[in-house]
Design a protein around this ligand. Structure first.
Ligand code: LLP
Length: 413
């Protein structure tokens, strides 16, 4: 969280006091740092310099148009999984030829939209999808660019919900069936086989799972080339973890030095699909204490952000560091930080030592740049807060807070 610092006992994002944003824009709200986004992107870009590569930012981690546009202007492509994410990416000005499309359930309508847009590659996850893609491409008189997403069956040592590279998972084409799938793909007239793809999971903090997976993918790549497949790229997915608490994730440099020796001999373009590594620690969620409640059994800081704003703690038991925006140095007490939603699973933190809080105090929930706004909802009819992008001493609202009219848009009595 390098761009979020304490100055004179007050938290800043770059050169802007977070309290100023909370005051002007309201809470809850998400605040992103331009410098942090660019630093992570550029670290990774630099770590792969000397090998032809394209960093396709994973839109599902943070789909804000301003974020996509910023990264795209610095050369990034996008990794998408739906028509909506493609729509967003194009609206943000991302060139279609820098977009790769993964996902186990692309509908015909989504396939058509992506074919018409002219994306770089469909990361195809099953044989029925190959067939559908061939049919739709034929109807449009186009050839669909294809990579097969191969499931290498490796353990990624992450939360079971975010592991995607084991054979039990729904993702990709089983490793054992890969050659057969390529042979089948080659038989379709309207497909152009361009590459190979894998993605083994998310929030991975050691390099062994990547190495195991990429060795298997590299073997397959070589076998396929020997069989005459003209593979132009190898897409290695995302998955690089970040520090939420005391993890020691890989740096871009460490990751690159572990995987480059496996990938460089392939002599092809490398595509990366990082999401969290770029956006995770580039954002925070600002929230205000509604009141501090003591039940005799536990202490609760009830805040104005809930599981509808940030579902990661409820869904994965995820840890997000929480800091008071104004460090008051007062005595700390153990408390749960909870939202206003009518579920006991609505918590942002449990058993946290924080200064005794009172109504109106501001809290900063760290590491909320990835899978936070994008996973938010209107549960309990709560309008979402704004998204704000900071750049040096300046900041701007890049998505306004929702209004109550937004909440009922499209509904009828
Ligand atoms: N590529 C594909 C095909 C993916 O499915 C994903 C993430 C990524 C790239 C980016 O992964 P990253 O670099 O961000 O790890 N909601 C969960 C994370 C789900 C990730 C899903 N796929 C969370 O909040 O932890």
């Amino acid at each position: 969280m390098m761009e979020f610092t304490l100055r004179n006992d007050e938290l800043y994002c770059e050169d802007v006091p977070l309290a100023e944003i909370a005051e002007k824009i309201g809470t809850p709200c998400f605040v992103y740092s331009t410098a942090a986004l660019l630093k992570a992107y550029e670290d990774l870009d630099r770590a792969f310099s000397g090998v032809e590569h394209l960093i396709c930012f994973s839109v599902k981690s943070n789909g804000n148009l301003a974020v996509l546009s910023l990264l795209s202007r610095h050369g990034a492509g996008m990794d998408i999984v739906s028509r909506g994410e493609l729509f967003r990416s194009l609206k943000a000005g991302v060139p279609a030829e820098r977009i790769v499309y993964s996902g186990v359930g692309k509908t015909r309508e989504e396939i058509r939209y992506a074919l018409e847009s002219g994306i770089l590659s469909f990361n195809v996850e099953s044989l029925p999808e190959l067939e559908a893609l061939d049919r739709e491409a034929g109807l449009l008189g186009k050839r669909a660019p294809v990579s097969l997403r191969i499931n290498p069956d490796v353990e990624s040592h992450t939360h079971e919900y975010t592991a995607t590279g084991k054979k039990e998972n729904k993702f990709g084409i089983p490793y054992a069936g890969a050659l057969q799938a390529y042979a089948q793909a080659a038989g379709y007239r309207n497909l152009e086989i361009r590459g190979i793809d894998t993605h083994i999971g998310s929030q991975i903090t050691s390099f062994e799972p990547f190495i195991q997976a990429f060795r298997k993918i590299a073997d397959l790549f070589n076998t396929l080339r020997n069989k005459g497949f003209d593979l132009q790229f190898c897409d290695i997915g995302g998955g690089l973890g970040i520090a939420y608490r005391d993890e020691t994730p890989l740096t871009a440099e460490q990751y690159a030095s572990a995987v480059r020796p496996i990938l460089e001999p392939l002599g092809c373009r490398i595509i990366l699909e990082p999401g969290r590594f770029i956006s995770g620690n580039a954002g925070v969620l600002l929230t205000r204490v509604i009141h501090f409640k003591q039940t005799g059994v536990r202490n609760f800081a009830v805040v104005d952000a809930g599981m509808n704003d940030l579902i990661r703690p409820s869904l994965y038991g995820a840890y997000h560091e929480i800091l008071p925006v104004h460090a008051n140095g007062g005595p700390e007490v153990k408390m749960d930080v909870v939202g206003p939603i009518c579920e006991s699973g609505d918590w942002l933190a449990k058993d946290r030592q924080l200064p005794k809080l009172k109504e109106g105090d501001l809290l900063c929930v760290n590491s909320a740049g990835a899978y936070s706004y994008t996973m938010s909802s209107n549960y309990n009819s709560r309008p979402r807060g704004a998204e704000v992008l900071v750049d040096g001493r300046k900041y701007r609202v890049v998505r306004r807070a929702e209004t109550y009219d937004d909440l009922i848009r499209g509904e009828e009595v």
